[in-house]
Design a protein around this ligand. Structure first.
Ligand code: ZN
Length: 158
């Protein structure tokens, strides 16, 4: 069965940066199952997997635009500490914030006086991504999965 729209696809993958450092990998854990065509994975990887089948292995290098997008300076702001949840605010903490684009995860990158600098860019935004992927399984997505826009089963509970 070939990978295409409305297929549930299981892949083993390793993601590296330009220097060859491993950023993420399914090795030693569960492979990733996603719904093809639903934007569950970065666009460049979804495109590279289109038409592939079980047993195929691919290596792709993606520009930031094909990955998690460019870093956007508008997603970095200074907020008064009183607007963040109570408790000591420290660099490295993450908060769920609400923006015009919906909820985003923001990382505290600095704390000065009564203000914290928070960065809501994806940690991998602005980076070139190098993926090594092996296709493990391809099946038809269920009606319910298509309605939800994601796969069910391993790793996903309602
Ligand atoms: Zn669901």
């Amino acid at each position: 069965m070939q990978i295409g729209a409305q297929k549930a696809v299981t892949i083993g993958y390793t993601l590296k940066d330009d220097e060859g450092n491993v950023l993420d990998s399914s090795d030693g854990g569960d492979p990733l199952t996603y719904l093809h065509g639903a934007g569950d994975i970065v666009p460049g990887l979804e495109k590279a997997l289109d038409g592939k089948q079980v047993g195929d292995a691919i290596s792709v290098s993606l520009s930031p635009e094909e990955g998690y997008g460019r870093r956007d300076e508008r997603h970095i702001r200074n907020v008064p500490l009183r607007k963040l949840p109570a408790g000591k605010v420290q660099v490295g903490m993450q908060y769920q914030i609400t923006t015009e684009a919906g909820p985003m995860l923001a990382l505290v990158t600095a704390v000065r006086g009564d203000y914290a600098t928070i960065d809501a860019n994806h940690p991998l935004a602005g980076m070139r991504l190098h993926f090594d992927v092996k296709i493990v399984e391809v099946r038809d997505a269920t009606k319910e999965e298509l309605e939800h826009g994601h796969v069910h089963g391993a790793g996903h509970q309602h």
